[in-house]
Every structure is written in C-alpha cells, then in structure tokens.
Write a protein that binds this ligand. Structure first.
Ligand code: MLT
Length: 336
C-alpha cells in the first residue's frame, strides 16, 4: 500500500535529515515514491484538436495533484494508431501514459495489421468525459440548414471536400455516417488530427468537417464556421441554436464519443491507483466540469468511473464497432 502523504513527508524528512537520498526508499518498491520525475502523456492526434485540448487540461490538472510535470506528446498518424502503438510499447512504469477516445476500439475493426492488441495492450485508469460531434462547414458556404446541406452534398458529389483525422478517427466515422445519410461520396481529406483540419475549414480550404464538440463549439460560437447539427439526441446547452440530428431530419446521424485514460499493460497496481485517484480529483473539480460544459461535454456518473467500468465499456465498444463496421462493408486499411 501507499504511504499516506503525511507518512511519506515524515519518511522523506527523516531520510533527508540523515543525508540519505529519498530515492533509496523506492528501490524495489518504486510505486511508493511515484512519481519522481516528469511523465509523458501520449496524444494520438495533432496539436489543436479535441484530443490535444483535453490532454492538456488533464495533464495540467493531474500534474498539480501528483506534484510532477506531465508533458503532452502528440504522436499523430493513421487515425491515432501510430500514437497508440507507441504508448502500448512504452515501459509499464507510470512514466508514459495515454489518453484516447472512441477511435481506439473502432480501429480494431478498421485496420488489418495493428501491432498491438486493443483488448490487452493497456490498463484502464478511468473514463474522462463524453460528448457529441458537430457537423460544420466553412463560413462562406451558402447553405442554410441541414436538409439543404444534404441536398447540396448529393448535387455536388465528389466536388465536396470533407476533412477528417484518419481512418477510424471520430471525424472519419462521422464522415462515413454523413455519406450514408446523404447517399453520396464526397472527397474525404485526411489530416493528422482535426486541429489542422479545423484550421483549413476556418480558412475555407475545405467544405465540411464533423468534429467533436470540444473544438467545434468555440469556433461556432466565434462565428468562424457554420454548424448544421449535433449528433446527440438533445441540443447542446453550449450551442442552443444548433439542432439535434433528429430535429434537423438527419435519420441515423447519431454519434457520441468518450475519452479514457490508460497506462501500458503491466503497470504496477499502486501506480494505477494513484493515477485513478488523481483523475477522479480532476473530474470532480467544478472548474473542470464547467470547462467541459462550455465545450459540450460532460463527465461520467460516479458509478461508471471505476477502472473496471472503463474496461467493460472498452470491451463492449470493440464488439459494437466490429458488428457495425462489418454491416457497412467498409474495407480494412493497413497501417504502413
Ligand atoms: C483529434 O484530436 O484530432 C480528434 O480527436 C481526431 C478525431 O476526429 O477522432
């Protein structure tokens, strides 16, 4: 078991007093003094997107709780699978952690040659938040509502450009849904994350982007892009003028994403417990809850926040995506 913080400070004071380096107490029991150095948090997409935004909130909050800096490392590529592989192959010592979303279980069915096993590569530390996607367009697009947008996509066919963050990413899955709803094949434009895709949308370089509420909301509120629908059953309080998919008449355009926190398989249980507790402190913080609300996401109810509940959700999502993706007949990609 961990020393309580009081017992630990007392032990450290005694050791310091007799001139022994504090690290001595950690030999053979490294978890007891964890963390003693900077931690890396791998984010599997480019800077500026929703994963990066959330990763920086998490890193900042947990750094303060743990008393050690957490540095975000963006490892984008192949719909998040490049960063996932890097995280999965890191030492299971608590100094490389990983945050990922719904694309993690989806990738299992969309790639033929993943070099990690989605089911066993990570320890689940806990769920962070959940929210919908927002269907958006460049500001200059002269289309007034979702129904007209679908008509325009049908009419323009592959002249329409839709940005996404790589096969299996949320924005890619949302683009596939859009293609189904519109029964049309626009040109899909891949990026290493929706951060750069959103920059191009704001600059009018691409027509459409279906991005998470986390980063779509501030751009819509600022008037930099247009929004046509959110993929949830209800409107978002942060975007009261944007209809739900149902209100907008987009049947089947439903998608809710969730984010979780992970450590490589085999990380010591006391370290996982410390990280889980730090994560709970963050998701219970009213300031964090308020920040999430401003960008259309919510934390999970307490009963769904355990490490076991996170694992259960991950496993059920692997199954759900396997069935769904098989039914759509979408071909698997190979990670190069
Ligand atoms: C990102 O941060 O770029 C997104 O989470 C990617 C995605 O659409 O899944």
């Amino acid at each position: 078991m961990f020393l309580t913080s009081i017992r630990r400070s007392a032990a450290m004071a005694v050791l310091a007093g007799i001139g022994l380096p504090v690290a001595v107490i950690s030999s053979g029991a490294s978890a007891q003094s964890y963390p003693t150095k900077t931690i890396t948090l791998i984010i599997a997409f480019a800077p500026g997107g929703p994963s990066d935004t959330l990763g920086r909130i998490t890193a900042d909050h947990m750094s303060r709780t743990l008393g050690q800096q957490i540095v975000v490392e963006n490892v984008g590529g192949a719909g998040g699978t490049v960063g996932t592989e890097r995280a999965a192959k890191s030492a299971p010592d608590g100094y490389t952690l990983f945050q990922h979303h719904t694309a993690f279980p989806a990738a299992q069915s969309l790639y033929s040659n993943l070099r990690y096993d989605t089911r066993t590569a990570f320890e689940t530390i806990g769920l962070i938040n959940t929210g919908p996607m927002v269907l958006t367009s460049r500001k200059s697009l002269d289309v007034k509502d979702a129904k007209s947008l679908i008509g325009w996509i049908k009419e323009q066919g592959d002249k329409v450009t839709v940005g996404h963050a790589g096969v299996a990413s949320n924005s890619h899955l949302c683009s596939l849904l859009l293609m189904q709803v519109a029964a049309s094949k626009p040109a899909l434009v891949p990026y290493r994350g929706t951060g750069p895709a959103m920059n191009d949308l704001v600059a009018g370089q691409i027509d459409l982007l279906c991005d998470q509420a986390t980063t779509a909301t501030p751009q819509v509120v600022a008037g930099a892009i247009k929004a046509y629908a959110v993929t949830s059953a209800e409107r978002l309080p942060a975007l009261p003028d944007v209809p739900s998919a149902k209100e907008a008449g987009l049947t089947g355009f439903d998608m809710v994403i969730w984010n979780g926190f992970y450590a490589p398989k085999g990380s010591p249980k006391p370290i996982l417990d410390t990280l889980h507790a730090a994560l709970q402190k963050m998701v219970d913080d009213p300031k964090v809850i308020e920040r999430f609300a401003q960008t259309g996401t919510v934390t999970f109810p307490k009963e769904q926040r355990s490490m076991e509940a996170h694992r259960k959700l991950l496993e059920s999502e692997i199954e759900r995506f396997a069935v769904m993706i098989k039914a759509t007949g979408v071909k698997q990609e190979a990670v190069k």
